[in-house]
Design a protein around this ligand. Structure first.
Ligand SMILES: NC(=O)c1ccc[n+]([C@@H]2O[C@H](COP(=O)([O-])OP(=O)(O)OC[C@H]3O[C@@H](n4cnc5c(N)ncnc54)[C@H](OP(=O)(O)O)[C@@H]3O)[C@@H](O)[C@H]2O)c1
Length: 183
């Protein structure tokens, strides 16, 4: 990257990019799992994050299924897990000092996809310029983890696509939020 592009990147590029799927009331999770499993959303998530770095909390890590090959980590991505103390796993990097990690990476030119869960979204929201939300047109009052409140008027909203889940008939939109101010 040349200097001009890098300078532009210092405020134009979002280093932390949030990717989440939420219900009408911000529902994110239920009993340690996703609330809805929509095939199209899984595809969108894979396409968006593939080849990049993904940052997730310890509980989200533990919600990932162990595959037949014995691995839990998301394939084709550098898996970074946040936890208070050391623990074992086939992830690529463990972060125990989240504030230090944010300070170190917020002005790097590399994008880091923040993939949940609720506590990690909440802590990274102030540092994310881009948010990709799958807005699921359904509600579940048994959800126990919600997306943090954020002021939508601070962002430009762009609908990237929409659809209906074949299995459940649930409608959804893929929406990009881009912060208007510099962060
Ligand atoms: N709908 C979606 O797009 C989506 C995406 C991802 C996850 N989810 C759902 O969200 C739920 C999980 O969310 P959650 O909020 O309960 O958990 P989480 O954010 O995935 O993980 C929380 C854990 O991360 C660690 N952590 C968080 N902040 C930390 C910090 N500042 N320093 C050190 N460690 C820190 C702690 O681990 P320790 O306890 O080990 O210290 C904490 O218990 C699940 O139901 C999951 O399926 C939904």
């Amino acid at each position: 990257m040349n200097i001009k592009a890098r300078l532009k990147c210092r405020w134009r590029c979002s280093m932390f990019v949030i990717v989440a799927a939420i219900g009408k009331n911000g529902e994110l999770g239920k009993s340690g799992d996703l609330v809805w499993h929509l095939a199209d959303d899984m595809r969108f998530f894979r396409q968006t994050t593939s080849g990049g770095k993904v940052l997730m909390g310890r509980r989200t890590w533990e919600s990932l299924p162990v595959r037949k090959d014995g691995f839990r980590k998301l394939a084709d991505r550098w898996n970074i897990v946040v936890a208070d103390s050391a623990f074992e796993g086939d992830f690529d990097e463990l972060v125990t000092d989240l504030d230090g990690f944010i300070a170190e990476n917020r002005s790097s030119s590399e994008r880091i996809f923040v993939i949940g869960g609720g506590s990690i979204y909440e802590q990274l929201l102030p540092f994310a310029r881009e948010i990709y939300l799958t807005e699921i047109k359904a509600e579940d009052n048994a959800a126990d983890v919600y997306f943090a409140e954020f002021n939508k008027s601070d962002y430009d909203r762009e609908i990237l696509g929409d659809g209906v889940d074949e299995k459940s008939g649930i409608k959804y939109e893929f929406v990009k939020y881009l912060r208007k101010d510099k962060i």
